[in-house]
Write a protein of this length. Structure first.
Length: 353
């Protein structure tokens, strides 16, 4: 007996899965219309007003039955008992089954990476997953308490489930390829605000960053990480909107040997988790001929921040570390500074400088 019931339930679930939402809604609307027409024919005048009928239909068909509204005529009672409730219950069961399947499908899609993010805008995309390194990236991004509230989308090309399902700020998508145009539409590559490329190896990172550079919008900034410095330099030459970096472990080792404690300074400057951190800011509308000296002392006094250098654009071209005090600062220059927290452009009174 239990086996028979189980087979029936499986068959019902299979049929519910194949029934479209359009069909379900249409059948429900048809049942409501039929119910109203039959109650009208049975002269159930108290149940026919729209607000009364909707309340009565839901309460009665779902068999909650408060009793405040019910058919009064013999024909009305007969119709409710033989048609409205039996058919309505079956339809309500289908609706609940479809809702349950939809919710389960959404949860499964978010865990397996099958979800479509083509409508996303101003988000951060991280291409590639490395267990420890990617977790650090996300922690550093979220530790910036003045950052713009952007969604973080982790894109992978390997068989895995969502590694950050407990983090409400991180979405997950699994792609068949990082360079396939149709797949990249799923992550809304043209709507992204920031992109980090950290592939399984330097070759994947290079090809992915090269592809992205032509697909992102003009304001999007791409960062790519390499082990091989030559590939980093090659990409920098060909893609002006990509900031490529390579491992600086040798430089840090030598510097910490020659100047003990240097490695701690590097850690502090790069980490948003504690202490002063290095940030950047685009110069707003300033007076012509503004000298670096005025800007330097303004930042120190008003923002408790120290300007480290000035660059011509966001990828660091023409970077001048510790510039001379008489250097002229122009609108659009990029300031690199260190501070406890980020300084936002609207917090600076540019016109007073």
């Amino acid at each position: 007996m239990n086996l028979v019931i189980k087979k029936i339930l499986i068959a019902i679930r299979r049929h519910i899965h194949h029934v479209s939402w359009t069909s379900v809604v249409s059948l429900l609307a048809l049942h409501m219309l039929l119910t109203w027409a039959c109650l009208y024919a049975a002269r159930e005048t108290e149940l026919l007003a729209l607000n009364q009928f909707i309340y009565y239909y839901i309460v009665t068909t779902s068999t909650v039955g408060y009793g405040d509204l019910s058919p009064a005529t013999e024909w009305g009672k007969l119709f409710v008992a033989l048609v409205q409730i039996p058919v309505g219950l079956a339809l309500f069961g289908v609706v609940l089954g479809k809702v349950g399947q939809s919710i389960t499908g959404l949860i499964k899609a978010s865990m397996t990476g099958d979800k479509d993010f083509s409508g996303q805008t101003e988000h951060i995309i991280i291409f590639g997953y490395h267990h420890a390194r990617t977790r650090k990236m996300i922690n550093y991004i979220l530790a910036d308490n003045k950052r713009l509230e952007r969604r973080i989308l982790l894109a992978v090309d390997e068989e895995m489930t969502h590694p950050f399902s407990d983090n409400p700020h991180v979405d997950f998508v699994r792609l068949s390829s990082f360079t396939d145009l149709d797949e990249l539409k799923r992550v809304s590559i043209d709507g992204a605000d920031k992109v980090i490329v950290d592939g399984a190896d330097d070759d994947q990172t290079f090809t992915t960053a090269l592809k992205m550079s032509r697909l992102v919008n003009d304001k999007c900034h791409i960062s790519a990480y390499f082990l091989d410095e030559s590939k980093s330099e090659m990409l920098r030459e060909h893609c002006k909107n990509v900031e490529s970096t390579s491992s600086k472990s040798v430089e840090i080792l030598v510097r910490s040997m020659q100047d003990p404690g240097s490695s701690r300074i590097q850690e502090e400057l790069l980490s948003t988790l504690h202490g002063d951190t290095q940030f950047s800011l685009e110069v707003g509308k300033v007076k012509e001929g503004l000298k670096f000296e005025a800007l330097f002392f303004y930042f120190k006094k008003e923002c408790d921040a120290t300007i480290l250098g000035v660059a011509q654009n966001r990828v660091g071209d023409g970077l001048d570390l510790n510039p001379p005090l008489d250097m002229v600062i122009k609108q659009g220059d990029i300031l690199h500074y260190m501070a406890v927290e980020r300084v936002l452009s609207d917090e600076i009174n540019w016109s007073s400088l």
